[in-house]
Structures are given as structure tokens and as C-alpha cells.
Design a protein around this ligand. Structure first.
Ligand code: SF4
Length: 281
């Protein structure tokens, strides 16, 4: 029985109720590769996951030169160098000493934080790449290894942007001396490893929070009471969907070059991040 919801499962439900059913209720593994060439796609996913681990190691104080040795592919090296010099991330630098070792007053930095809160009959769960708290402001960082820089409008509408900010208000009291964050204290930053100086920033307001939480509660209610899970009418959603063969909507996935032209395909990387296990160092 499904007991938790996440930004990925909610996004699937919004995109296609049938996909939500197959992935989260029937727990079907992927019957078709997501895109061609599949190997290239999988390599990018693995590198993206590995990059997240490198940043996590950095944030918990592993010295830079040790981490650099682990960036052992052209993509990883480029992303890692971009991360180290990104002007937007220099705000994290004072949290480390000159030698790269974390200072003792690091209670404001929470890499890989997991928050959850009740949402209707479910728990809403989110794993954050980083929550950084400084001077009464909470910044949510999310690292993206997308091939292309998505439009801000597309990102703003994603369930991740809504869930991560709203859940920090709902479930972040222990990060704010026992008081709930006001939405106005929260900002979400998507940092793109191939576009290091063009992050997407989303501030938050009480009106947006109210709208988001009402939407999330309504989705949870819809999911709980749904008696059917219809296929989406928007067939463009099927082009890169791994469940095409179940829906009679094609067997061969879209070509990767074409996928890159459509930012919606990038969501598949995110979904897979959640499904890939921790990489041991
Ligand atoms: S192939 Fe299309 S209809 Fe079927 S689950 Fe995927 S998105 Fe939904």
C-alpha cells in the first residue's frame, strides 16, 4: 500500500495518472529503455548521481583534492570545476576554513536533509541536496546536471519547486530554533553544473505557500480516492515514458538528441536519481 508521496510521484500523477499507477501502485520496473542511445543516457544518469555524491562529500568536509581524484570522467571533472568556481556558490565557502576543512559552527548547513510531513492519508517526503541557513534565511540548493538550461517558467511549475519550499515551511521547525520558517525566509536555487553562473532562483511568499499546500492536499485526496488511472491525453508525455509498451503508445523511445530539445525529458533523470541507491565511497 502506498504510504508516502514525493515530488516525483506527484509529478507523475500530474503528468499521467496511468504512469503513477504503473510506477507507484503496481511498482512495475521499466519495460523499455527510456531513450536511445540508452547507454549514453544511463551513463549521464550515473554521472549525475555521482556528482551529487561528490558535492555531498565536499559539504561534509572531505578535502577538495581528495574529491577531485574521484571526478574521473570528462563530465564529472567539468561539473566539479564549475562547482568549485561558481560565483553563486561562494556563499558556501565561508562555511569552510582556508584549508577546506569544515568549521565547527556548521549547524547552518544540512546536506542531504530529509523532511516529511503528513499530507492527507500520506506522508509527503523530500530529500534535499542542501539546505543552508544563514542570517535567518533558508536556501534550498538542488544540483542539476541537465544538458540544457531549462526555462524558469518550466522549473517554477514543477512539483519539486512547490514541494520543496512548502515542505520546508511545514516540517523545518527543527532547523529554525523550533519555529516554522516564514515562506518569505525561504529561497530555492537550482544550480546547473553545465551552466554554473546561471542558476534559477525562486523566492517564496505566504500566498504561494498557501496555494502550494492547498494544491498538494488536493492531489493527495485525488490520489487516495481515485478509482481509475486514465492514460494522459497529452501524447507528447508518452514519447520518453518507459511504460509506452503497456499503453500501446510505441515501443521505441524517442531519440536522445530530440529529447534534449524538450526540457520535459529531463524529468526522467530526476526520477532515476531517486531510484538509484547510494554510491559507496
Ligand atoms: S505511455 Fe503515456 S499514457 Fe502510458 S503511462 Fe506513459 S505517459 Fe502515461
Amino acid at each position: 500500500m502506498l504510504t508516502t508521496l514525493s515530488q516525483s510521484s506527484l509529478q507523475d500523477y500530474v503528468d499521467c495518472a496511468r504512469r503513477f499507477q504503473l510506477r507507484y501502485l503496481e511498482r512495475l520496473s521499466y519495460p523499455a529503455v527510456e531513450s536511445e542511445p540508452a547507454l549514453e543516457n544511463e551513463k549521464h544518469q550515473r554521472e549525475g548521481e555521482y556528482f551529487h555524491r561528490l558535492v555531498q562529500q565536499y559539504l561534509v568536509g572531505v578535502p577538495n583534492d581528495q574529491i577531485s581524484k574521484l571526478a574521473n570522467s570528462a563530465n564529472l571533472q567539468r561539473w566539479w570545476e564549475n562547482f568549485l568556481v561558481a560565483s553563486d556558490l561562494r556563499g558556501l565557502a565561508p562555511l569552510r576554513s582556508a584549508s577546506g576543512v569544515l568549521r565547527k559552527d556548521l549547524e547552518g548547513l544540512y546536506p542531504e536533509a530529509t523532511l516529511s510531513a503528513p499530507l492527507g492519508k500520506y506522508r509527503l517526503l523530500a530529500k534535499y541536496d542542501l539546505i543552508a541557513i544563514e542570517n535567518g534565511k533558508a536556501t534550498i540548493y538542488d544540483w542539476k546536471t541537465y544538458h540544457k538550461r531549462p526555462r524558469n517558467e518550466w522549473l517554477a511549475a514543477r512539483m519539486q519547486t512547490r514541494v520543496y519550499r512548502a515542505l520546508l515551511v511545514q516540517a523545518g521547525t527543527h532547523l529554525n530554533n523550533g519555529q516554522a520558517f516564514a515562506p518569505e525566509q525561504i529561497e530555492m536555487v537550482y544550480w546547473f553544473s553545465d551552466f554554473p553562473n546561471d542558476p534559477a532562483r525562486f523566492t517564496y511568499t505566504s500566498a504561494q505557500y498557501k496555494r502550494d499546500w492547498e494544491l498538494l492536499a488536493k492531489l493527495a485526496e485525488d490520489i487516495h480516492s481515485a478509482s481509475s488511472h486514465p492514460l494522459t491525453d497529452d501524447r507528447t508525455k508518452c514519447t520518453y515514458c518507459p511504460y509506452r509498451s503497456y499503453c500501446d503508445r510505441g515501443v521505441r523511445a524517442g531519440d536522445m538528441d530530440q529529447a534534449e530539445a524538450e526540457m520535459e525529458s529531463e524529468e526522467l533523470f530526476d526520477v532515476n536519481f531517486e531510484q538509484i541507491g547510494e554510491i559507496a565511497f
